[in-house]
Design a protein around this ligand. Sequence first.
Ligand code: LLP
Length: 420
Amino acid sequence: MNFFEHRDGEMFAENIKVSEIAKSISTPFYLYSTASLTYQFNQIKEAFRNTDHLICYAVKANTNQAVIKTLGDLGAGADVVSEGEMRRVLKAGIPACKIVYSGVAKTAQEMTFALEQGIYQFNVESEPELYQLSEVASSMDKTADITFRVNPDVDAKTHAKISTGKSENKFGIPWGNVREICQRASKLPGINLVGLDLHIGSQITKLEPFEEAFTLVAGLVKLLREDGHNITRLDLGGGLGISYECNDLPPLPSDYAKMVKRVTEHLGCRIILEPGRFLVGNAGILVSTVVYIKDGEERKFLIVDAAMNDLIRPSMYDAYHEIVPVLESNEEILLYDIVGPVCETGDSFASNRPITSMKTGDLLAIRSVGAYGAVMSSTYNTRKLIPEVLVKDDKFAVVRPRPTYEEIINLDHIAPWLSE
Ligand code: LLP
């Protein structure tokens, strides 16, 4: 479902013209659709309706509290990877009992905070982390419910930078060590082993890698039960891909759910899911204005007011994002390099992209940027972080305003010896 459609040549976000929002908020800005978030969440919920499950939105994909709250109000829990994310999630109203805590470098301070809040589970990624958690929890007279994140050494067949389930990746307990570590965990104070966890990568567009990994983990659950562990939860991570190009056909949540059932149902475990991109990726666009059109010797450059600091995915992962004019026209189609103002050649959103002839001041929409867009932005080149706007039907609200230059510049302090 596309909630950013053109009607009579005008792009709408749900039931409001994108150009109207651009009139009141200067570009560039992120624009999110509530209906899209809701639709995506309900697809997963529906797919797992007959399974005991908890959908923990991986908030790293988009940590705007309005987005978290929209999903939280629909029943989502959260997967967090830092105290900062935990604080945001709690502030947005998701209760601690629906929070799972992932990440390879949880500090004692972060563990203390999570235990004070009473989160649902820690996904422990290494033996040193296990000992640290045992120490922190027992000193607080608490017991931490944990899963071990295991590394099944499965190729997720996605971009190398977002592949996490191969043995050379830093994530999870090495497959061959899991039984031994579980034995040690069962003797530690402050630790209650309740399950296993895995996350093999992101933007996975085939079911096979998931199935291979889940089958391995299901086998491991059996072994651990034979070893006497009471394994009741299986956290399957996130990773379900979305369509970035109109002919991409990622797996349907219903097919993903059927496969999960087939592979894990016999275990009777509660299933935890950590979708990020699937929930928010297609729920966001980035609206930008053409600043200049420059005819290079070999290329035609469309220089826009958004840059790699606002959306790093094309520069960082060579990611493809559809880019469309907000107002359609019957002009001829030209090939453009769509680039930003940052002083790097890598500051490019697309090269040789066919698009109808544009002029200065025209609006463009970069699609599918709801996930890993705003959250990965920076103020590189002392550019202001761009606003985030949430639409619901024919209403919109700025859910993160554009900061002022003072707010950015005053973060620096002149060292005392410099001001003498
Ligand atoms: N759970 C864990 C433990 C994760 O590390 C991640 C993502 C997720 C869940 C959510 O995965 P998703 O459902 O969104 O695929 N910045 C990259 C993506 C990095 C993903 C990091 N981990 C990008 O822009 O493609």
